[in-house]
Design a protein around this ligand. Structure first.
Ligand code: ADP
Ligand code: ZN
Length: 660
């Protein structure tokens, strides 16, 4: 081999700053401390169009990309699906073209590096990753590519940064002026405040100390103030410009339904609205995950389980299938989480209540990263409220922490019980003001409400009477039986048929009563206690009993609506291609046949390249091809998502598929 770096002996690299071999003159210029050279605007747009095949930057991408390309530090806060990757990939390409060398991308998700790098190579961008899964030979080859400066992007896990040998390589690279940029993905992992804290991230500040002239960009989808402050401080990003995008995910439709028969409700939701779609069903326990997956399979839906109790091997296999195959449903605990950046997840369903709004938003955020319409659907009921409260009460945490958890649960319950716009409430929880969205269950189908004040007083006074009568407290089921005047073994045994409130609430259904009790628990007028989760009054119950508080409840209604999917709004930020679903609605039989042929072709290519299908082309791009049926390469190039490299690699084949 004759590459100019082949004589470089990596294993003898000292762990302190080495003298480094002589670098070419042109490169030395870039090594100057004033390494503030980049590309102009035309170049940046050119990269977007030629390499990625997109027509316009989205939201703040343009500003961010200019800043980073010019060599300034940046902190990027954008919701999942907002388009963070481009914020370092475009600068990496621009700076590489300017002779500034390699961008180091720190990512905690080793499992995903293969696909991330594969996607870049598909675009004709020379990228690689270094992690423990590589053979020594492959790792050496990649190290050589990096040291030569030919590589545009190198992905590595944070623990590599503490590896002295790797640091020595970076140092040598920097001294030749070939360390262009450092991108820190999932940067919230540096904060102990969230649930994704990674010790290794604390080491990343070293990168700044060692390479003060190399610009850095830190990216995250977590927005709260604590995390933000931690990122700035712990990553030594003191002077970094901060870019905070709106956290709205306009293409996600939020719906929260009252649990009746949760499994049936889920099945109806899947059959009516998501036939053949990929999605995630979150459950609280491993057992329920297994049961739900088995049950969906028996109902003819391809579903797989995922939870921390499964073998690492099984987990990897299931995750891999979910990423690669079309239309799989993953039933999972929250162990299935960070880094699931499959863009075409069409729904996230919750069969159990999440812990808090942060969790809910993060989990539902995994739907619709491609900007196409997606659903966040949750079923919740009385038992969820009781269970979540009990889990907090029984946890070994300190009282201070429990109080915080209870407050967060209350905020989630308020969201679930609300009869106004869900999105307005969600965004305001994250400090963002907005107006009614028109794309949540309450906006689309404003719920009727009823005045449940009288019913609430009846329930509370019955709980009071139980205590008076025998000093005992009882659970919700028995309370409802007494209110509705149902004679059971238990009412007989405890003599509750003689209570003055026995049967006074017969005009309301059992379901209505469950709603009343759930609301009373959510509002804190009732508390559930002990192993049998019996109900007791709290201090605030007195105000309700005295009639000083009114209680309004949403009317129970059918939980799934008629489909109407094609009328949905998709996220309509600038630069977005029309939604695949909307395009499909416009298709005649010929176009549909073309789409089917294109999809079959795509699966074939994806299999050959060992990559998920969406990396070859995403659904919206395929739909656009099927609809417009381009007959020349030029026409094909005009479609969003078709960059120069893909045009060259696949253009002719696609035209052939379309012709046939
Ligand atoms: P994030 O990392 O913020 O969750 P990604 O970087 O994965 O989001 O981007 C989400 C999707 O949006 C990807 O499919 C990406 O290719 C696409 N995308 C990003 N920016 C643009 C753009 N300017 N025009 C069209 N599509 C874009
Ligand atoms: Zn709304």
């Amino acid at each position: 081999m004759s590459d100019f770096d082949d004589d470089y002996d990596f294993d003898s690299l000292p762990t302190t700053r080495p003298a480094g071999p002589a670098a070419p003159e042109a490169v030395r210029v870039a090594a100057d401390p004033a390494r503030r050279r980049g590309a102009n605007d035309a170049d940046l747009h050119g990269i977007l169009q030629q390499v990625f095949g997109y027509n316009a930057f989205r939201g703040e991408q343009h500003d961010i990309i200019q800043t980073v390309t010019a060599g300034d530090d940046a902190m990027v806060l954008m919701p999942t699906g907002g388009g963070k990757s481009l914020c370092y990939q475009v600068p990496a390409i621009a700076r590489h073209r300017a002779g500034l060398g390699v961008t180091l991308v720190i990512s905690p998700l080793i499992a995903l590096m293969h696909d991330q790098v594969g996607a870049l190579e598909e675009l004709g961008v020379h990228a690689a990753y270094l992690n423990s899964s590589l053979s020594g030979e492959d790792a050496q080859r990649i190290e050589r590519e990096m040291m030569s400066g030919r590589l545009v992007m190198l992905y590595a896990a944070p623990e590599r940064v503490t590896n002295p040998r790797f640091m020595a390589m970076l140092t040598a690279l920097d001294e030749r002026g070939l360390l262009s940029l450092v991108a820190i993905d999932e940067a919230h992992c540096v904060s102990q405040w969230g649930h994704d804290f990674r010790e290794d991230y604390l080491q990343l500040a070293q990168l700044h100390e060692r390479f003060p002239n190399v610009p850095r960009v830190a990216l995250t989808a977590t927005a709260d103030d604590h995390t933000r402050a931690d990122m700035r401080e712990r990553l030594a990003l003191i002077g970094a410009r901060e870019f905070i995008s709106s956290f709205d995910r306009p293409n996600i439709r939020y719906a929260i339904v009252e649990k009746d028969d949760a499994k049936k409700q889920l099945l109806r939701f899947l059959n009516d609205e998501h036939e053949g779609d990929a999605g995630i069903v979150y459950c609280q326990s491993r057992k329920k995950v297994e049961e739900t997956a088995a049950w969906l399979t028996s109902e003819g839906i391809s579903a797989l389980p995922y939870h921390a109790g499964l073998d690492a091997d099984v987990r990897r296999r299931h995750q891999d299938r979910f990423l690669r195959e079309d239309g799989l449903v993953m039933c999972a605990t929250i162990a299935f989480g960070m880094g699931i950046d499959k863009p075409d997840v069409r729904f996230v369903a919750h069969l159990d209540l999440p812990k808090n709004i942060e969790g809910y938003y993060q989990e539902t955020g995994r739907a619709g990263r491609d900007g196409e319409p997606a659903d966040a659907w949750m079923a919740y009921g009385l038992a969820d409220v009781v269970n979540q409260r009990r889990m907090i009460d029984e946890s070994p945490a300190g009282e201070e922490f429990k109080k915080l958890q209870r407050g967060k649960l209350d905020a989630l319950l308020t969201l679930a019980e609300s009869h106004d716009c869900r999105r307005v409430r969600l965004l305001s929880y994250f400090g963002e003001m907005s107006s009614a969205c028109g794309n949540c269950d309450n906006c689309l189908n404003p719920p009727a409400t009823w005045d449940a004040t009288e019913a609430a007083r009846m329930a509370l006074s019955t709980v009071y009477r139980f205590r008076q009568h025998s000093g005992l407290s009882f659970g919700a089921g028995h309370l409802i039986d007494v209110l509705r005047g149902k004679v059971t073994d238990k009412t007989t045994q405890h003599g509750h048929g003689t209570l003055s409130t026995f049967g006074i609430g017969a005009k309301w259904s059992e379901q209505q009563w469950r709603g009343v009790i759930r609301q009373l628990l959510s509002l804190g007028h009732l508390r559930s206690e002990g192993e049998y989760t019996t109900l007791v009054l709290t201090d605030s119950a007195r105000a309700v009993l005295k009639g000083e508080v009114t209680i309004t409840l949403r009317e129970q209604r059918e939980t799934t609506r008629g489909s109407g999917r094609t009328r949905r709004t998709s996220g309509s930020g600038s630069g977005k291609s029309p939604a695949a679903a909307a395009l499909q609605a416009d298709m005649d039989a010929d176009a549909k046949a073309r789409l089917a042929a294109l999809k079959a072709w795509r699966s074939e290519v994806a299999r050959e390249h060992n990559l998920p299908a969406y990396i070859v082309f995403n659904d919206a791009t395929l739909a656009q091809m099927a609809l417009t049926a381009p007959s020349t390469l030029d026409e094909l190039a005009g479609i969003s998502g078709v960059g120069a490299k893909k045009l060259e690699a696949y253009g002719r084949e696609i035209l052939r598929v379309l012709e046939a």
